[in-house]
Ligand binder design. Structure first.
Ligand SMILES: Cc1ncc(COP(=O)(O)O)c(C=O)c1O
Length: 441
């Protein structure tokens, strides 16, 4: 009997004993294609020799030095490389151990920025429904996923939520995608005016929504409008690219495809590709300058921040992505994955929408594609698809509550950036069989 409090107490998990390329192996010798990179983490697949070598080298040199006493060469090199790859204006990095920590830090940075500027009355965070920003209390409060929040609501800080940009469900009949985007973006302005423009700190959003909605990009123009509203009222734009960032959508940062630059960006997952727990906040010079000319520090910190082993993993992963031109493969294989999904599912009675960017794709499962009605949540169709996929040697990332936290199901695909055309075909073939089996049951 396991002594671990696992995610699900009544589920028997296979024991993972090894991995190579895009596959993981369990103790019984079964191979699984990791078509979701776990939870959109393993961007280089498993056991990449360059990353292993970098980790061994760092371990032989120095495993840990507390950031209250020292900086390290490896963390400085990682920060230099992340900033070299970021647009003008994004000039500094805060290194942490994962996505929730990155989001907590970003929220607190935004608040302290205004305190330093003498605007300590600013206290409101606005985010979107159907979003996920992490499971620590601040990040959970920002997130808009009802089932994750519900039982912890008494502990959550006050936050405010507007509609997501989710065209498949939200766009009105006869409304253009562009006008739909403007309409939902304008909800931000209405909320700012309701709360009082000089009381708002920041707007928070996933550039491409991941776990809660299933790879939902915004429509054209939406984020430009959001940026303009933030600027008009002097509030900060925090983009959560923990899942969709670091190349997953075909550009290093997903926001590059929106033609905007945010003030704070949270990254994690693909940053270290699962080789070490690592996350970061990328921040604009004006926020750094407010700390530098004000109190002289950001009042925060964790024991393991800027951990040398985590920095070594992230630097090695990002070097491999750059040196092997893997973002080109993300674009090419992403287009192929989209094509294959369309071929397999565009007439499927139980698939209502196929969406995403790069190697970040989602399919939304419906009971009736005509009226888009979802399956009864009690059927747990997404869980059944995951089970059927695992039985076929395929890992996909399922979730329920796609529509409102309760109704709806989707499956997320986020294969490693090294995936080949033949492997894409196998992924879609096995997924198709798994969906058929799950909805027939
Ligand atoms: C968009 C987003 N933000 C934050 C998080 C939290 O990251 P972590 O699980 O590393 O704490 C996740 C995790 O799935 C995520 O998808």
């Amino acid at each position: 009997m396991s002594k671990i409090l696992h995610r699900s107490i009544h589920t028997d998990l296979p024991v993972a004993v090894g991995g190579r390329g895009i596959e993981l192996f369990d103790a019984d010798g079964t191979a699984y294609i990791d078509a979701s990179g776990g939870a959109a983490v393993s961007c280089l697949g498993h056991n990449h020799p360059d990353v292993l070598a970098a980790l061994h080298a760092q371990l032989d040199k120095l495993a840990y030095a507390h950031t209250g006493f020292f900086t390290t060469e490896i963390a400085e090199r990682l920060a230099d490389s992340l900033i070299a790859d970021s647009p003008d204006g994004i000039d500094y990095v805060y290194l942490v151990s994962g996505g929730s920590e990155a989001m907590e830090a970003a929220l607190k940075m935004a608040r302290q920025y205004f305190v330093e500027k003498g605007e300590s009355q600013r206290r409101h965070i606005i985010a979107r429904r159907q979003s996920y920003h992490g499971n620590t209390l601040g990040a959970l409060a920002a997130g808009g996923n009802e089932w994750r929040r519900a039982q912890f609501r008494p502990l959550l800080i006050e936050t405010h939520h507007i509609a997501p940009c989710y065209a498949y469900r939200g766009r009105l009949v006869g409304e253009s995608e562009y006008h739909y985007g403007e309409r939902v973006a304008n909800e931000l302005e209405a909320k700012i005016l309701e709360l009082g423009p000089d009381e708002v700190i920041a707007f928070v959003a996933e550039t491409v929504v991941g776990a809660t909605a299933g790879a939902v990009p915004a429509v054209d123009g939406y984020f430009k409008r959001i940026r303009a509203i933030c600027d008009r009222y002097g509030i900060l734009l925090i983009l959560d690219e923990v899942m969709c960032g670091m190349g997953r959508t075909g550009t290093l940062h997903a926001y590059e495809q929106e033609g905007i630059v945010p003030d704070l960006i949270a990254i994690a997952k693909g940053l270290g590709g699962g080789y070490q727990p690592v996350g970061a906040v990328l921040l604009s010079r004006r926020i750094y300058d407010a700390f530098a000319t004000g109190s002289g520090s950001f009042q925060h910190g964790h024991t393991y921040m800027a951990h040398p082993m985590a920095a070594a993993a992230a630097l090695a992963v990002q070097d491999v992505v750059r040196e092997h031109g893997l973002l080109d493969n993300v674009v090419r294989m992403g287009e192929l994955l989209n094509r294959r999904l369309q071929e397999r599912f565009h007439n499927h009675h139980s698939v209502g929408d196929i969406r995403g960017r790069g190697l970040f794709r989602g399919i939304e499962i419906v009971a009736d594609r005509g009226d888009k009605s979802p399956f009864d949540p009690a059927r747990k169709v997404n869980v059944a698809i995951k089970r059927e996929a695992m039985a076929r040697g395929l890992m996909v990332y399922p979730m329920g509550g796609t529509i409102d936290g309760v109704q709806g199901d989707h499956i997320l695909l986020a294969p490693p950036f090294i995936v080949s055309a033949g492997q894409i075909d196998t992924i879609v073939e096995r997924l198709g069989d798994a969906v058929d089996a799950a909805v027939a049951a």
